[in-house]
Structures are given as structure tokens and as C-alpha cells.
Design a protein around this ligand. Structure first.
Ligand SMILES: [Cu+2]
Length: 374
């Protein structure tokens, strides 16, 4: 290691000590930014004879608001292309799948009871989101990195966020208003957690933006689980915005609370029942379906943001946080299952490499994953 690098590492360590004391999110994000950049500049890691993940080949993920209009248009065109790309799922698995975007819903559907309220929640979604980013590039010619939704930018009224402004450079806005009641739902695990979905201001199909005519073909599966969820059921993209949830949970204060957690188990708990839920709940419609919520492109923006927060949390103390695991391999540990370890295999079916060992994805720059957040 060069002397200048050693010095930088030393100053970063000092910065970390100070910032852990005052802990503002801006401070933590700055530590992440400097530390991850330094690692990209000095990364010796190689896998399977491929070039190391370095500053030159790394994907840099940025907030949607920091993309130019041309960059937003390129991303949107690639996402639309996924809805026109033939599915990979065999008919015997997902008979209703009609395009590659459906594959992501089918894969998520199939794993739902292992990857929520469990120790796999955070790492499983990391590779899932990365695979989506890779599909955009491999199947649809996208040249950028996955953008994320930093909901703190407009938490008081997320409907005003550029992601939802209804323009050609957005994901479209709210669903058409359909009168409906709030729903008090029970997640079907033995601890029976109650989830209150307030009645939002939409409820029907979206009426503007580039995804008005997009059709998804799987689900619904939640809350009514009478259908298998994988049969052919073409439908529009629905949303039902609830601003109260973003106002309460998708704030910088919530993030700072998350960042103050000392173990990955506590981090997972705070993330799962707070901001993870709220990001789905403030959009509702397709995003409220625990099984097939990837049908709404906003899913990948929300999970990009959650993955960013995990990365920032890890980077504050790489030695102890990079490989930390918690909980078990089933939701609420039902049925009872082994404790999660970094040697667990995560299952994605036809998505990406199909089966991935967790140890290969805990570091976003440590293996075949090669990205960081700006
Ligand atoms: Cu999920």
C-alpha cells in the first residue's frame, strides 16, 4: 500500500471516530463516499480471472434527481424494454409470465417466505436488484447504473418527487382515484403482525407517464391468497399514494436511527418494519403486494435506496460489519430453520446466476458485484 493511501486510511479512521460520535447522516454518507472511493482506487480483488473492480469499471449508482433528463430517458426506455423481452421462466414454474419483468415478480414470489422478516432480507435483495440492473444492461442496452429513490429529498410530499411527477421523465404518478376503505391486514406468519394500510388518494391504474400502457401478468397474491399468483392475470400498474407514511418514516431522522444500530440484527429489524414497509406503503397498489411487488418499477428504486443504506452502514466499520449476519433462513423463523451464515446459498431461479453464495455479495466491490453509491 502506498504511503499516501496509508495516510488516507488513517484520516478516514479518525473521521469515522468523530462521526460515530455525532452520527449525522450527511457525515456518515461522507465517510462512505471517501472510504468506498479509496477502496475502488486500491482494490486488488479479482474473481475468476476477471479484472478487478476498480474506479474505471465500477458502476456508480446515483439518486434519480441527479440524473440528466437524457439519462432518465435512457433508463426508462430500458425498463420499458424489459416488459417487451420474452420471459426466461419455464411455463411449468410461472405459466402466467409473458415478459422478463414478470420473471422478477415470479422469482420474488417464489422466495417471499424466506427473504422477508428473515436474515436473508437484506443480502437477498442486494443481488436481486443487481440482477435487474444487469438485465437492463444485457437485454436492453442500458449503459448506466441503477438509480435510486432517496425519499428524504421530498418526504413531506413524495408525490412531488421527480420520480412521480407524471412527466415522460418519471415513473408516472398516482393511480386514478377509486373510493376505498383503509385495510388492516395481517401478515400470514405465526406472530401475526398487523399492517395498517390507510386508504390512499388513488387506488386505480396510473394515468400518466411512460408506464401507462405497461401490463404485468402475475399476482395478485396479497392480501387474498386464493390465487397461486403465478397464473396469467394481465393488469395495469396501480398506485394508491399515502403521503402520511413517507412523512412519518421516510425521513432523515429515520435513517439516522437506522444508522445508529450496532448489529446487523438490530439494523435488519429497524429497516424491515420501518422504512422498508413505508417505502412500499407510501406507494401501495402493486407495491403493497408482499409477493409480486417487483411488478412496479419503483420497487427497484426503493430497494436501491435500502441497499445504499446497508452499504453506508457497513462502510463505517468494515472489519466487523461486512460479514455480519443475523436471524434465520425463514420468515419469523417459521418453519424453524438454521441461523444465517455468509456461506448460505441464495436462490434466484432463472434470474442472474440463479444461485449465489452470500459471501460473494456482502461487499459491493468485493467480487463480481462492482458498484458503489454516490
Ligand atoms: Cu422483497
Amino acid at each position: 500500500m502506498r504511503f499516501s493511501t496509508l495516510l488516507s486510511v488513517f484520516f478516514l479512521a479518525l473521521a469515522r471516530q468523530g462521526l460515530c460520535q455525532n452520527g449525522t447522516f450527511d457525515g456518515l454518507a461522507k465517510v462512505y463516499h471517501e472510504s468506498s472511493l479509496l477502496r475502488a482506487q486500491n482494490n486488488p480483488f479479482r474473481r475468476d480471472g476477471q479484472p478487478a473492480c476498480t474506479e474505471d469499471n465500477i458502476r456508480v449508482r446515483r439518486s434519480w434527481v441527479n440524473l440528466t433528463l437524457d439519462e432518465r430517458a435512457e433508463y426508462i426506455a430500458a425498463v420499458k424494454c424489459l416488459y417487451e423481452t420474452p420471459p426466461l421462466s419455464p411455463k411449468s414454474f410461472a405459466p402466467g409470465a409473458r415478459h422478463h419483468a414478470d420473471d422478477f415478480s415470479a422469482c420474488h414470489y417464489n422466495q417471499t417466505e424466506y427473504i422477508h422478516f428473515s436474515g436473508w432480507l437484506i443480502p437477498w435483495h442486494r443481488y436481486f436488484v443487481w440482477s435487474y440492473e444487469s438485465s437492463l444492461r444485457d437485454f436492453c442496452g442500458y449503459t448506466g447504473a441503477l438509480p435510486y429513490w432517496d425519499w428524504t429529498e421530498q418526504y413531506e410530499s413524495h408525490t412531488q418527487h421527480p420520480l412521480f411527477d407524471g412527466s415522460d421523465y418519471s415513473l408516472g404518478g398516482n393511480g386514478e382515484y377509486v373510493p376505498h376503505e383503509p385495510q388492516n391486514l395481517t401478515i400470514p406468519v405465526p406472530s401475526r403482525p398487523q399492517v395498517l394500510f390507510p386508504a390512499g388518494s388513488g387506488g386505480g391504474c396510473i394515468t400518466d407517464g411512460p408506464f401507462v400502457n405497461v401490463t404485468s401478468n402475475l399476482g395478485p397474491h396479497f392480501p387474498v391468497q386464493e390465487t397461486t399468483g403465478l397464473e396469467y392475470n394481465p393488469h395495469c400498474l396501480k398506485r394508491d399514494f399515502v403521503e402520511a407514511l413517507s412523512q412519518q418514516f421516510l425521513t432523515t431522522a429515520s435513517i439516522e436511527n437506522l444508522m445508529s444500530q450496532k448489529s446487523i440484527g438490530d439494523f435488519r429489524q429497524v429497516l424491515d418494519i420501518g422504512i422498508h414497509f413505508a417505502g412500499h406503503g407510501t406507494v401501495l397498489g402493486g407495491m403493497s403486494d408482499l409477493w409480486v411487488s417487483p411488478e412496479d418499477p419503483v420497487f427497484f428504486f426503493h430497494h436501491g435506496q435500502l441497499d445504499r443504506l446497508w452499504s453506508i452502514w457497513q462502510e463505517q466499520d468494515l472489519a466487523s460489519r461486512m460479514n455480519q449476519t443475523s436471524d434465520t433462513q425463514t420468515w419469523d423463523n417459521v418453519p424453524a430453520s438454521p441461523n444465517v451464515t455468509v456461506f448460505d446459498i441464495l436462490d434466484y431461479g432463472v434470474i442472474g446466476d440463479g444461485r449465489v453464495q452470500m459471501v460473494d455479495i456482502v461487499d459491493t466491490m468485493g467480487g463480481f458485484l462492482c458498484y458503489r453509491y454516490e
